[in-house]
Design a protein around this ligand. Sequence first.
Ligand SMILES: Nc1nc2c(ncn2[C@@H]2O[C@H](COP(=O)(O)OP(=O)(O)O)[C@@H](O)[C@H]2O)c(=O)[nH]1
Ligand SMILES: [Mg+2]
Length: 140
Amino acid sequence: MAVERTFLMVKPSGTERGLTGEVIRRVEQRGLKIKGLKQVKVSKKLAQDHYDEHRARPFFGELIAGLTRSPVVGIVVEGESAVAVVRSMLGTTNPVDSAPGTIRGDFATELAENIAHGSDSVKSAKREIALWFDKTELAK
Ligand SMILES: Nc1nc2c(ncn2[C@@H]2O[C@H](COP(=O)(O)OP(=O)(O)O)[C@@H](O)[C@H]2O)c(=O)[nH]1
Ligand SMILES: [Mg+2]
């Protein structure tokens, strides 16, 4: 058990539907702390760097187009086991399988339109937070 930081992002599929506040509300209700928060108009390069691990996938072009089509909201979340807690709040990658009560299980049915992203490990979280935020933008 350890206090961690993770990178949570409301993707265009969430911001376009006005679900940013709902995602933030759930994070705060869970007792997690927000240490960074901003809306970003995502460049193609930032989107590609964010999803670097998926570069060779056949759906990569679609993934980048989906992430750059509308502004996103990036959030640095801190708390006990924050990486795993945020992932469980999101639900499974494919919303069809996501349990009710999860963000994806409550608001989505399509894989490519699954509302929000959460880092999958502490290592990924460190990389993603550094990619999306300058240190001066983060609370202590
Ligand atoms: N179009 C399409 N999008 C996908 C597919 N697999 C994953 N995605 C999207 O790519 C994102 C990143 O995939 P992944 O890292 O495996 O899932 P996550 O960590 O749960 O978001 C997912 O959240 C989906 O929105 C696919 O087969 N087709
Ligand atoms: Mg992922």
